[in-house]
Design a protein around this ligand. Structure first.
Ligand code: GLA
Length: 406
């Protein structure tokens, strides 16, 4: 990404924009779920890289890496085991782990000893999406088990509960939705009854306008779409589905456009940067999904860009809105605390805006006159002027924080 020279760029690596690390506002006890996810949860999840193959060793190695590589200090907290840890139920219905996870309590203790938290996965159905035991009919038992292990986060994935819905209310969509809401409510109550603060992550692929009802069933976050994949088309398709959802997010309850693919597949550095930037603009949970012990330094640099993380974690919790799009160049803005503003200009298309640079229309962002800020990927001070030509490589992004917009 390069901003053309009609723009005044002062090469101040240490720009005036400070990373905001305000203490969270006072907790209100009545907003119980806000206490565990006042800002979007940050951490790592096993699925996007390991899929079904994840083992206890992989989870420990991820936790070790997060401490050693600075991710923990940059704000990543949760180490989340996704599907395929589950074993079988005994005669009393108590679930065991399978041989890949011989000692879940020990693993939780290990993760906690590193200053991190442990997350787990289940389904309201009898089977998880990968065909392992779900919590159907055992919600309370499972919630108690998680709490006894020291689990801090539950991703609850609809999966086979769909067949129960279809069986009990054939072709009756409103009744099915009612059942689904009841199933999520049931687990929320079971989690709360344990007395342990546990982040509750809804995963039902964005059906039935989940953003409208998820907070009322205790959801701290809810998936807004089907599964992400490590390729630009899928990431961009998910991004497109987030426009219009900003009003549903806020402290304690977040839209979840799915876990990060940064560092996975064949994503280019520009794509990794854009994906990470846009998820931060969206106030999305930042759950890395790559092979942490073996990632490239340039990928780590993206994941630990503190200026970008500060956008995601901004205490106001106001998700970005798409201000406008000119073809495949999109301009998104996000209001931040102390009246600051983040602006993202994304070239989602395959073309380079070189011979015909993009011209930023500040008036469409409600801004008047030159705007001084910081380019969060170059670290340099930048002044945005009206109609300024901006050259953005294909799939790359300009991300600017303006402390005092005019
Ligand atoms: C679903 C979810 C994924 C992952 C898998 C595990 O597809 O959407 O994020 O949890 O199940 O089986």
């Amino acid at each position: 990404m390069r901003v053309l020279t009609s723009v005044s760029i002062a090469a101040f690596a240490l720009a005036s924009v400070a990373v905001t690390s305000q203490p969270p506002a006072q907790k209100t006890l009545s907003e119980e779920h806000a206490t565990v996810a006042r800002t979007p949860p940050m951490g790592w999840n096993s699925w996007n890289y390991f899929h079904r193959n994840v083992t206890e060793q992989d989870v420990k190695a991820a936790a070790d890496a997060m401490v050693a590589n600075g991710m923990r200090d940059a704000g990543y907290v949760y180490v989340n085991i996704d599907d395929t840890w589950e074993g079988t139920r005994n005669a009393e219905g108590v679930l065991s782990t399978n041989s890949k996870f011989p000692d879940m309590k020990g693993l939780a203790d290990y993760v906690h000893s590193k200053g991190l938290k442990l997350g787990i996965y289940s389904s309201p159905g009898p089977k998880t999406c990968a065909g392992f035991a779900g919590s159907y009919g055992h919600e309370k038992q499972d919630a108690d088990l998680y709490a006894s292990w020291g689990i801090d986060y539950l991703k609850y994935d609809l999966c086979s509960y769909r067949s129960i819905m279809q069986k009990e209310a054939p072709n009756d969509k409103p009744a099915q939705m009612h059942m689904m809401i009841a199933a999520y409510t049931k687990m929320d109550k079971a989690l709360k009854a344990t007395g342990r603060p546990i982040v509750f992550s809804l995963c039902q692929y964005g059906w039935d306008a989940v953003w409208e009802w998820a907070p009322s069933v205790g959801g701290n976050l809810w998936r807004t779409t089907g599964d992400i994949q490590p390729n630009w088309n899928r990431i961009y398709a998910i991004l497109e589905q987030q426009a219009g959802l900003a009003k549903y997010a806020g402290p304690g309850h977040w839209n979840d456009p799915d876990m990060l693919e940064v560092g996975n597949g064949r994503l280019t550095l520009a794509e990794n940067r854009s994906h990470f930037s846009m998820w931060a603009m969206l106030a999305a949970p930042l759950l890395a999904g790559n092979d942490l012990p073996n990632m490239k330094p340039e990928v780590l640099k993206i994941l630990t860009n503190r200026d970008v993380i500060a956008i995601d974690q901004d205490p106001l919790g106001q998700q970005a809105k798409r201000a406008y799009a000119d073809g495949e160049v999109e301009v998104w803005t996000r209001h931040l605390e102390h009246g600051a503003l983040a602006i993202a200009v994304l070239n989602a298309g395959a073309d380079r805006y070189a011979s015909h640079p993009f011209h930023l229309d500040l008036a469409r962002l409600g801004l008047h006159g030159p705007q001084k800020g910081k380019n969060l990927w170059s670290g340099k001070e930048v002044t945005l002027t009206n109609d300024m030509p901006i050259e953005i490589a294909s799939h790359d992004i300009l991300l600017v924080r303006i402390p005092s917009p005019k």
